[in-house]
Design a protein around this ligand. Structure first.
Ligand code: SF4
Length: 282
């Protein structure tokens, strides 16, 4: 049996940068180091950070002193202002690509466009992105949500960096029908798009695909969604213990992809477990 691992499986530039900044802060700062919510949507990394001294808090009101790390998804503007008011030391690990999207959202709103954010309303990145809109914003997670929308004269569109290009295109197409002027910034990150293309490609070539990453990770869930459309035998696992030998019975080729927040060592562990399981079954 062949196990084919996607070339770009695992952490992207922005997540790696955030993890490195957090470990450096834990090593170098003598005061307490906090994140508001988990730094990334990967429980194994969050555990390692906790062991290194990085404490997860629910909100800025729970932090009275010390250092706060802004996570790779970014934080809402009011929260960043609050951290400054409180005199906290700030380590800004917001991914530069997320910041770029903030800039476009603000620019569009300043120019009088209704800003449509293609993304999930409850995702931290979307909350932070929306906070940079200085006028009206609408978050749209699927084209169907615009079915009864009356439209607007000037519409600007940006996306959560982990959205699928296909969905983004469909929503832009509806905006073109319903608005006289549409300005689009494709803020989908290359790392995401690349992993999605590879996953799609792999799903066509294998009999079963394992998608590795946090169950709360939006980009990993999206990879699983994309693969599942092509291949019913798609399984999303967070850790090696979740593998099930029955998934591989009678399969000739197994594909492995990893989300942009999945560290290499987690992928290695799952692949080792997978090979072990397959060899025991044969
Ligand atoms: S997926 Fe892209 S935008 Fe998101 S953290 Fe990684 S590099 Fe940054």
């Amino acid at each position: 049996m062949d196990v084919i691992i996607a070339k770009h499986a695992g952490v992207c530039f922005g997540v790696k940068r955030a993890i490195d900044l957090a470990f450096t802060a834990a090593r170098n700062y003598r005061n307490h180091v906090y994140t508001i919510g988990p730094l990334i949507h990967n429980p194994q990394v969050v555990k390692q950070l906790r062991e290194a001294g990085v404490i997860v808090k629910e909100g800025i009101e729970d932090i009275a002193e010390g250092t706060v790390i802004f996570r790779s998804h970014g934080v809402p503007r009011h929260l960043a202002e609050k951290a400054r008011e409180k005199g906290l030391q700030i380590v800004d690990a917001t991914c530069p690509f997320v910041k770029r999207a903030h800039g476009f959202a603000r620019f569009l709103s300043r120019k009088g466009y209704l800003v449509i954010v293609v993304g999930d309303q409850s995702h931290p990145e979307v909350k932070s992105l929306k906070s940079y809109v200085e006028g009206e914003a609408m978050v749209v997670s699927s084209p169907g949500e615009l079915a009864d929308w009356a439209g607007r004269r000037k519409v600007g569109v940006v996306a959560q960096t982990t959205q699928s290009l296909e969905k983004f295109r469909e929503i832009v197409a509806i905006c073109l029908e319903k608005a006289r002027e549409v300005r689009v910034y494709n803020t989908i990150c290359d790392a995401t798009a690349l992993r999605q293309r590879e996953a799609l490609d792999l799903a066509h070539k294998v009999d079963c695909i394992i998608v590795i990453g946090g169950h709360k990770s939006a980009n990993t869930k999206r990879l699983a969604e994309i693969c599942r459309r092509i291949l019913g035998d798609t399984y999303h696992v967070e850790r090696v213990e979740e593998l099930n030998s029955s998934w591989f019975s009678g399969k000739g080729r197994i594909g492995v992809v990893g989300g942009a927040s999945t560290p290499g060592w987690v992928i290695e562990e799952v692949v080792k477990g997978l090979r072990r399981m397959v060899s025991q079954g044969s």
